[in-house]
Write a protein that binds this ligand. Structure first.
Ligand code: MN
Length: 246
């Protein structure tokens, strides 16, 4: 069943419906389809932040941003590349394709590949100056699926609040094209089709690890979640959604 879902998602990707706008990690395996494993190892890189470490204050403080981007995310990338270096068949796959291959034995790639992908998305779905609102087909789909934008926010906030320990909350599109709110543990994400209960394509990801909020909010995760929802760049989320129908 999971294999079939994975193949469906891969099929979407093959039809040009995948998540490409988000993840500029530099790999272009499609230029060398015959023997990607013979390519020199390129390695993954963090994309530059589109705003300063202090730009999301007071919702997210500058010290949290500096540590989160400069230490946590950077560490995932470093360990991801270390784990990939000897993995000739997968080391130059784009990150989304890599995540789809992961199985139970791929612990280092799961933790660090997920850590890289998830943070690349997280930085992009936030913006200084406060949240926008969903527009167009995404606004319509949210209303149809959740009843209203406010109802969606309640479901999403609850998914983040209820995640025990470290993890993420997601708004994603499943293989049937339906919007879903889910939550995953640790650095898992819906692209890990062989590892997660509900595979799909992430549209919005919220980090609920304590490192994302503890300096400012301590144990008040719900306050951080409310602050996050006031930062969401729905133009980015909407473009991600629309890319599936382009
Ligand atoms: Mn994090």
């Amino acid at each position: 069943m999971k294999k079939r879902t994975f193949l469906k998602l891969t099929g979407l990707a093959g039809a040009g419906l995948a998540v490409s706008p988000f993840l500029g990690c530099g790999e272009q395996v499609q230029d060398a389809p015959e023997a990607p494993s013979a390519e020199p190892f390129k390695g993954h890189e963090q994309s530059p932040l589109n705003y300063g470490f202090d730009a999301l204050q007071p919702a997210i403080d500058a010290e949290t941003m500096a540590l989160h981007y400069g230490k946590h995310h950077a560490g995932y990338v470093r360990k991801l590349n270390a784990a990939l270096e000897s993995d000739a068949s997968r080391r130059n796959l784009p990150i989304e394709a890599l995540l789809a291959t992961l199985g139970e034995g791929d612990t280092a790639l799961r933790n660090n590949g997920g850590g890289h992908y998830n943070h690349e998305l997280y930085w992009r779905v936030m913006q200084p100056g406060g949240a926008s609102t969903p527009q167009g087909i995404l606004a319509q789909a949210i209303d149809e699926r959740f009843g209203s934008f406010d109802a969606f926010k309640e479901v999403f906030a609850a998914a983040g609040a209820k995640r025990f320990g470290s993890g993420w909350a997601w708004l994603m599109m499943d293989a049937a094209g339906r919007l879903e709110v889910t939550s995953t543990a640790n650095q898992d994400n819906p692209l890990m089709a062989q590892l997660v209960a509900q595979p799909g394509s992430p549209l919005l990801g919220m980090d609920v690890w304590e490192h994302a909020y503890y300096l400012n909010y301590q144990n008040r995760r719900k306050d951080y979640i409310a602050a996050f929802l006031d930062l969401v760049n729905w133009d980015v989320v909407g473009a991600q959604y629309a890319s599936h129908f382009a």
